[in-house]
Design a protein around this ligand. Structure first.
Ligand code: FES
Ligand code: FES
Length: 171
């Protein structure tokens, strides 16, 4: 059974009918063509589908579209504008933090949410901020450097042992 929802996606308000079992990830990808939001596992494990919902990151594969009724959703497509890429996106490119790129949209949305709330996170807080996002390619060091470069006081002494610890062990 369909339900009418009102949702604002990347600052554009819309009203549409959604199936009661449709996920937010599928809504974004299939109804709006916002395929920057990836689906890696569909079970809340990989973070590839991360978007910002009312100021917090969520795995959009675990959120029903009807739960987004009345909410603001921000996706990777909302970061760039007519002036070009968002500084975080540029940093990921310039620091070599992207290889296959599948994790990158979700990773960048987690990093953006972290920096929106705290423009000078510690190394530990950066690790924690992306701890729900899995990357099978980069080893995380370049990702960490890209995010760190966007802090208000970038860490000039990047810890070479980043893979040796984090809030959840190796990241
Ligand atoms: S696709 Fe949502 S967490 Fe993996
Ligand atoms: S760059 Fe390939 S999964 Fe992260």
């Amino acid at each position: 059974m369909k339900k009418i929802i009102n949702v604002t996606i990347n600052n554009k308000p819309c009203e549409l009918a959604v199936e009661s079992n449709q996920t937010l990830a599928d809504l974004l990808r299939y109804d709006f063509g916002l395929t920057g939001t990836k689906k890696g596992c569909d079970t809340g494990d990989c973070g590839a589908c991360t978007v910002i919902l009312d100021g917090d990151t969520v795995n959009s594969c675990l959120v029903l579209a009807v739960q987004a009724d009345g909410s603001m959703v921000e996706t990777i497509e909302g970061l760039s504008n007519e002036d070009g890429l968002h500084p975080l996106q540029k940093a990921f490119v310039e620091k070599g933090a992207i290889q296959c790129g599948f994790c990158s949209p979700g990773m960048i949305m987690s990093a953006k949410n972290l920096l929106d709330k705290n423009d000078n996170p510690s190394d530990w807080e950066i690790k924690e901020g992306i701890s729900g996002n899995l990357c099978r390619c980069t080893g995380y060091q370049k990702i960490f450097e890209a995010i760190s470069s966007q802090c208000s006081k970038p860490n000039s002494d990047i810890n070479p042992n980043i893979n040796q610890g984090g809030p959840h062990g190796k990241i």
